[in-house]
Design a protein. Sequence first.
Length: 303
Amino acid sequence: MIRHFHIRAIALPMVLWCIAFLAGLVVLTGGLVRGWIESESLAERKFVARQMALSGIALGLNPAVENGSPLLRKGDKNTEGYEVKITNESARLNPNFWIQSGNRAIFNRLFANWGASLAEAESAIDSLQDWIDGDDLVSLKGAERGDYERAGRPGYPANRPLKHIREMESVINLAPLLAAKQGWQEDFTIWYSGKISIQHVTEPILTALVELTPIQCQSLIEMRVGRDGVENTADDQKLESIEAVADFLGAGGKQRAALLEFFDTSGDLRRIESTGWCGGVSHKIVVIAPTGGAGQMMSWEEG
Ligand SMILES: [Ca+2]
Ligand SMILES: [Ca+2]
C-alpha cells in the first residue's frame, strides 16, 4: 500500500510534466505553423503586388493610354491594385551629356540651388569629370585613381560614362552633395541625351537653372498642359522654339541666356512608374521607353 502510494506520488508530477511539455510543444508547433502560413501568404502577396505592377506597366506602355487617364489607377494599397505615373525622361539632366559637352554651368547652378558652396560645387564637378573621362589626369579639384586608392577604394574611378545615375554616389566630392539632397535622383537621367526639354521640364529645375519666378513657371506650365490641364497628353501645346518661350515669359538678360543654354524643344522619352499593391505589400517597376510604344524598352528596374 505504501509502495503503491509512492508510485502514485511520482506519477502525478510525471503526468503534469508531460502535460506541460505537450502544451509547450503545441504552442511551439502552432507558432511555427503560423510563421509558415504568414511567410507563405507574404510571398503570395508579393507575387500578386508584382503582377499588379506589371499590369500597370502594360497600360503605361500603351500609346493610347494618356497621363491622367482613370485606367492608370485601380484598387488601393490595403486590398490590391496599382497606380501608374507617366512622366518624361527628357525633363532630366544627363550628367554624361553635360560633362562631355564641357558645360559646368548647369551643375554649378543646380548645386548652388541645393545650397552647396562654390568650392563644394567645383570639386564635385571636377570629380565627376574625372570619373567619366578616360584618362588619369586629375582635374584641379577632382579625384583620379590615386585619390580613390588613398581612400581605400582601388579600381576607381570608372573612367567611362555613367551606366546608372546611382554611380554618382561613388564619386568622391560629389557623394556628400547627393547625400544632403533628398530626392536628387529625380533630377537626373542617363537614358535621355541632349539639352533638357522645355516641353517637359519641371518647376524645380526651371527655378534652379533659369531662376524663373513662381509666376513665370506657372504661366509656362499652364500654357504647356493644353485644354485638359494635364501634362503629357495629346492636347499639350507644342513649344516651337526657345526664343518664343523666352518672349512668352518676358525673359530677358540672364534668364533668356540660361533658357537658350540649357533647353531645347526636342526630347521625348516616356518614363512609366508603376506601383502594385496587395494586402499592404507594394512592388514598384520603372520603365523607360520611347513615346509611341512601338520602340524597344531602354530600361527596366524593379524594387
Ligand atoms: Ca578619369
Ligand atoms: Ca494636356
